[in-house]
Design a protein around this ligand. Structure first.
Ligand SMILES: [Zn+2]
Ligand SMILES: [Zn+2]
Length: 98
């Protein structure tokens, strides 16, 4: 089983199996409350100033920023629905009037 050791972002002296890093960080963060988790990867921890720089170039960052995604999803789902609903209703009204 390939489980490489990685350095703890709070203290490089801490060597933790990658699969255990999340649990280790939960314990370690109480001693380093000034470090904040990256919004894209909870195992990335930085000071507030470092995090602002990091999130612009995070390797775990998705192609589309999370704050952009809900707006695009709402637009793509709502627009066709309203268009189809309107078309259906118009045809239905004409049928009944005739
Ligand atoms: Zn640690
Ligand atoms: Zn990150």
């Amino acid at each position: 089983m390939n489980d490489p050791y990685v350095s703890c972002p709070y203290d490089a002296v801490h060597r933790v199996p990658r699969s255990r890093l999340q649990q280790h960080l939960v314990k370690c963060q109480w001693r380093n409350p000034e470090l904040l988790p990256c919004p894209y990867n909870a195992t990335h921890r930085f000071t507030k100033e470092e995090l602002i720089v990091h999130v612009k170039d995070c390797p775990s960052k998705p192609a589309v920023a999370p704050e952009d995604r809900p707006q695009k999803t709402v637009a793509s789902l709502t627009t066709p629905y309203l268009y189809m609903h309107k078309t259906y209703k118009t045809n239905d009204d004409e049928d009944w009037d005739n």
